[in-house]
Design a protein around this ligand. Structure first.
Ligand SMILES: *[C@@H]1O[C@H](CO)[C@@H](O)[C@H](O)[C@H]1NC(C)=O
Ligand SMILES: *[C@@H]1O[C@H](CO)[C@@H](O)[C@H](O)[C@H]1NC(C)=O
Ligand SMILES: *[C@@H]1O[C@H](CO)[C@@H](O)[C@H](O)[C@H]1NC(C)=O
Ligand SMILES: *[C@@H]1O[C@H](CO)[C@@H](O)[C@H](O)[C@H]1NC(C)=O
Ligand SMILES: *[C@@H]1O[C@H](CO)[C@@H](O)[C@H](O)[C@H]1NC(C)=O
Ligand SMILES: *[C@@H]1O[C@H](CO)[C@@H](O)[C@H](O)[C@H]1NC(C)=O
Length: 662
């Protein structure tokens, strides 16, 4: 007896310490059924658990405070020995490292995501609810700080209680609570046969989404039986962890919360049904991948009232819908960000990725007159004027102080006015009244004619091309140029918060006086395109869509951005942790991405926006080709008319002067 008591005393302590105790003496106390149970668990662990990955073992919590209890009177010491034996077997098998829960030492499990679980449950007192015990154990697992929770892992629940009446219903309750409360699909329940057949152990599991039951599990299926003979064996050797997520969900409903703004999420329709509930019809670029996947899965999408803006309040509202189970998934403008990697939610693969860019006002067309003045730089204009003055002076000097050896120069250059007049005629390409006579004046004359010819050829070439296409102002190409310009920065507080978490600082370089609130990105981008006094950060796809809505099209009229990418962002759908639909949804999203199915929808949206926008295609400068019309010649004719007016005035003035001076 003493040795038995000693074993009973030591066992729980050893389990609590490491759980790898070989309590050989304890085996004597166990029934054949319990020994087989241990063998069965070992076989399942060996065959189905990920090798090399941790297996977490959990048992009812009352044990934790065992040091204060009179150990000898435990009604469940047999169960402890069973746990002990299972640990010994699994450990001997060396398939999976074991962890006892709760872990008492700091575990380095951060990198591990693929735990398997063995959960023992038994009643500590006769009247306890076995389901409540399981629930509290799962809660401890889920809340454990060692990141040991993986609802997609494989769970084996061992019910050691022999006198649990009506076992299939207990198995059903166990499966149900694990599925509805914890999103666990792959769980099996191992228990003794209910009808008192002492030669078999039963393995039950449930199949959600089967037989058009959708999420409800109404019955459990007997997967296999462990036959208690010799070393034991499975009677049917069937797969104990079959795939449970079907390809066809037979119109099961999925409740979808949405957040975002047009064109990412838009409310298309809102209908009242006979029973007073409202049916929302929501579409949008972010939803399209999800809807295509759901159609393929044959699931009915039920939209909850959408949040049609992106603010912290609406984000919070949608998060609450997800966490309270009102919604199964949130879709829309949900950036892939560390904020969402909490233990409660799980993102899908990113399905829309885009690089955010700085959008700046586009360069504006320059007026023709301005452009013609700018054919040459100011320095060249200055040079030409200098040359003009010097040449006039030179001609005058040469004509007035000729070489004594040669005959006198003609009178045409001898006054300063006449010399200037000659130089001007040559400059604009008109013939002079008389050729110079002295050889040195002729040489300078010839050089000046050549110079004027060259200058006017260059000028005419530019002049004609600018008459046709005056060109545009200088484009803002770098962030520094943007800072140096007088363009304001349109800030958006949600975006700024996001940038703050990612350590972007560029936008803070704008002085406070140049910050403009851009809570509504749409008005801001539209203002940028129409007034050109604000720059902001946006995704290129969205800016292009807005340009189409405004009816801007063509190379120069589309929104302009800096070349460098600012932030990369992707959108995801958000599920509660462990949702089994996620894997299939990811597969389908990946196929939609590969097939570029949503591009068609996006192109259609853009095209519709453009068609609705009253654009006229014959606007000046709106297309690559144009007809050279009289309007392009307007500046030339204006100069001509101005010349005529001037000369008429001069003529009249001369006439009057002559008349009155007499
Ligand atoms: C997780 O376990 C499953 C089932 O044992 C296995 O198929 C999968 O490859 C494992 N994943 C990792 C990352 O180890
Ligand atoms: C165990 O005992 C400690 C104090 O000894 C107490 O604080 C703790 O709540 C107990 N835990 C359980 C699960 O009863
Ligand atoms: C127990 O179940 C097994 C397999 O279902 C069967 O072969 C055996 O006859 C049953 N024994 C009793 C006593 O019912
Ligand atoms: C074992 O296989 C037989 C024949 O395939 C089947 O009739 C029986 O229901 C199976 N038993 C279990 C427990 O799956
Ligand atoms: C979707 O499920 C319903 C209900 O089971 C079925 O009638 C329909 O044929 C299924 N549709 C597809 C495309 O499989
Ligand atoms: C297009 O023109 C119609 C009628 O002229 C007008 O009602 C509508 O608002 C215009 N749409 C846009 C986008 O300007």
């Amino acid at each position: 007896m003493a040795s038995i008591h000693l074993t009973k005393l030591i066992t729980p302590l050893l389990i609590a310490m490491s759980g790898t105790v070989a309590a050989a003496a304890g085996n004597v106390l166990l029934t054949a059924e319990q020994r087989h149970m241990a063998l069965c668990v070992q076989t399942i662990a060996h065959d189905y658990f990920s090798h090399g990955r941790s297996t977490v073992v959990s048992m009812p919590q009352g044990l934790r405070n065992n040091s204060r209890r009179p150990l000898i009177h435990f009604p469940y010491t047999d169960d402890l020995q069973l746990v002990d034996l299972v640990l010994q077997h699994v450990n001997d098998d060396t398939c999976c490292p074991l962890q006892m829960l709760p872990a008492e030492t700091e575990l380095n499990t951060v990198a591990e995501i693929n735990h398997s679980y063995i959960i023992f449950i038994w009643r500590e007192q006769g009247d306890e609810d076995i389901i409540a015990i399981l629930d509290s154990q799962l809660r401890v697992l889920k809340d454990s700080e060692a990141l040991q929770w993986n609802p997609r892992g494989r769970f084996l629940v061992v019910v050691t209680d022999e006198d649990s009446s009506s076992i299939p219903s207990v198995a059903l309750k166990i499966y149900e609570i694990m599925w509805t409360e914890y999103n666990i699909v792959d769980s099996i329940v191992l228990n003794p046969d209910s009808s008192g057949n002492r030669t078999v152990l039963n393995l039950y599991t449930g199949f959600p989404y089967q037989k058009e039951n959708c999420k409800n599990v109404k019955e459990v299926t007997l997967l296999d039986q462990w036959v208690l003979e010799n070393n034991g064996k499975f009677s049917n050797k069937s797969n104990l962890f079959p795939s449970k997520i079907p390809n066809n969900f037979h119109n099961c409903a999925i409740k979808v919360a949405t957040i975002g703004f047009h064109p990412f999420v838009s409310l298309i329709n809102k209908d009242m049904t006979e029973d007073g509930s409202t049916v929302y019809e929501v579409r949008g670029v972010t939803l399209e991948y999800f809807l295509l996947s759901m159609k393929k899965m044959n699931m009915t999408v039920l939209f909850l009232p959408p949040s049609l803006d992106v603010s912290s309040e609406s984000a919070m509202a949608e998060a609450i819908k997800l966490s309270t189970g009102m919604a199964d998934v949130v879709v829309g403008i949900i950036p892939l960000s560390p904020v969402f990697f909490s233990g409660l939610t799980e993102p899908s693969i990113p399905y829309i990725s885009d690089a955010f860019k700085w959008f700046v006002p586009c360069p504006r067309p320059i007026s023709r007159i301005e452009k013609i003045v700018n054919v040459f730089d100011a320095s060249i204009w200055l040079m030409m004027i200098t040359v003009f003055i010097l040449t006039s002076a030179l001609f005058w000097c040469l004509a007035n102080y000729p070489d004594r050896m040669v005959e006198k120069e003609s009178k045409n250059m001898q006054t300063i006015q006449k010399s200037t007049y000659s130089v001007w005629t040559i400059f604009i390409g008109v013939s002079v009244p008389e050729m110079p006579r002295t050889w040195n004046l002729r040489i300078f004359f010839l050089i000046y004619v050549c110079y004027c010819f060259a200058m006017s050829t260059v000028f005419q070439a530019f002049f004609v091309s600018y008459l046709i296409e005056p060109g545009y102002e200088k484009k803002i190409e770098t962030f520094q140029e943007l800072l140096d310009s007088n363009v304001n920065y349109g800030y958006n507080s949600v975006l700024e918060f996001g940038m703050q978490t990612m350590d972007f600082r560029d936008h803070l370089k704008f002085p406070p006086t140049r910050r403009i609130n851009c809570a509504d990105l749409k008005t801001c981008i539209m203002r940028m395109m129409s007034h050109g006094d604000v720059a902001t950060i946006s995704a290129p796809g969205y800016a292009k869509y807005l340009a189409n809505e405004l009816g801007h099209h063509g190379e120069m009229k589309s929104p302009c951005s800096l070349d460098e990418n600012f932030i990369y962002g992707s959108l995801v759908a958000l599920f509660t942790n462990g949702n089994p639909l996620l894997k299939r949804l990811n597969t389908l999203i990946r196929r939609c991405l590969e097939g570029r199915l949503v591009e068609r929808y996006w192109a259609q949206l853009n095209h519709e926006a453009l068609l609705k926008s009253n654009t006229t295609y014959d606007q000046e400068g709106s297309s690559m080709y144009f007809v050279f019309t009289l309007s392009h010649m307007r500046p030339v004719f204006s100069v001509l008319a101005f010349g005529y007016v001037c000369s008429t005035i001069a003529y009249l003035a001369e006439c009057l002067h002559k008349r009155f001076s007499k």
